[in-house]
Write a protein of this length. Structure first.
Ligand code: NAP
Length: 271
């Protein structure tokens, strides 16, 4: 049976979730969104017919699933605002980056909580959504997956540490890919292409390569080998990338993101 969902925060991520649910045929009358910006409320109401609210209130009492979608640093305060109106039976999905289940559960006074990590391609329904379901919330695993599927492919992980690792790959990953696109684009412009053509070339190369990798039975490593003739131009480019320790650099970057996530979780969890 479809549940009544309350989105706390009506920004980018909640917007992507509402859009995904709406295009999957989820009834708009079962979706409530709370956002203090009237413009964002209006947009979500006009585009998807969601019920919108500028602040917490009695409307929250009907919520069966509550999606926590405000910035991590504002979550504890927002929970204080919504808590007086929540019924005991509500179940929570936090998409707040980095915040640990134990801290959010403490603020909520409830362990009926799962943690999810979407990424921005969810805005075009091509997201990767990591999902961690603690033991205490096992009964909500299926409904959480059903809801989060509206943003993209759901990957369920077995521990919170794994969710933090996933966050450094698919959560931050779009930024790594955009940086790569920027680099390809800049290299083409430097060599005489107009910026528009350079951007198109760079973006389509990444999209096409990702689609090929997705559809091919060959591994990405094999696909790379297939493009690389011995002594040819691609081999020269890859040689330079390896001279600059591309693989090690990516590994270090991912580790740095992970280390930072632990520091932030410690800091924000102190509240
Ligand atoms: N963007 C990403 O790549 C990404 C990926 C994975 C997870 N996440 C997580 O998803 C969550 C939402 O991110 P987002 O990018 O969608 O953020 P966002 O665009 O800033 O959306 C949050 C919205 O909630 C509103 N809000 C905050 N506190 C409120 C309150 N107490 N009452 C009413 N409205 C309130 C904010 O208003 P104001 O603007 O006025 O504060 C804002 O409109 C974050 O926790 C983030 O860590 C984001």
């Amino acid at each position: 049976m479809q549940k009544r969902i309350a989105m706390i925060g009506g920004g980018n991520m909640a917007g992507a979730l509402v859009a995904g649910l709406s295009s999957a045929g989820y009834p708009s009358e079962l979706i409530d969104v709370m956002d203090r910006n009237p413009g964002k409320c209006e947009k979500l109401h006009d585009a998807y017919g969601a019920n919108t609210h500028l602040s917490a209130g009695d409307w929250l009492r009907d919520a069966e699933v509550v999606v926590l979608a405000v910035k991590p640093q504002g979550l504890s305060k927002t929970i204080e605002e919504i808590k007086p109106f929540l019924e005991k039976e509500a179940f929570f999905i936090s998409i707040a980056a980095g915040l640990r289940v134990c801290d959010i559960a403490r603020w909520l006074g409830s362990d009926r909580l799962v943690r999810a990590m979407p990424n921005t391609p969810a805005l075009v329904k091509a997201g990767v959504v990591g999902l961690y379901v603690p033991e205490a919330a096992k009964e909500f695993s299926k409904i959480a997956q059903e809801i989060l599927r509206a943003m993209g492919e759901v990957i369920t992980v077995q521990s919170e540490t794994q969710l933090d690792v996933l966050s450094t790959i698919s959560g931050s990953g779009p930024a790594y890919v955009f940086r790569f696109i920027e680099a390809l684009e800049a290299a083409a412009v430097k060599r005489g292409f107009d910026p528009q053509a350079a951007r198109k070339m760079a973006i389509l190369t990444v999209v096409g390569s990702a689609k090929l990798a997705q559809n091919s039975s060959d591994s990405p490593a094999q696909l790379r080998i297939n493009v690389t003739s011995k002594g040819g131009t691609t081999a020269e480019a890859l040689r330079v990338m390896e001279e600059h320790h591309f693989m090690e650099m990516m590994d270090e970057a991912v580790q740095a993101a992970y280390d930072r996530s632990q520091v932030l979780a410690d800091e924000l969890g102190k509240i």
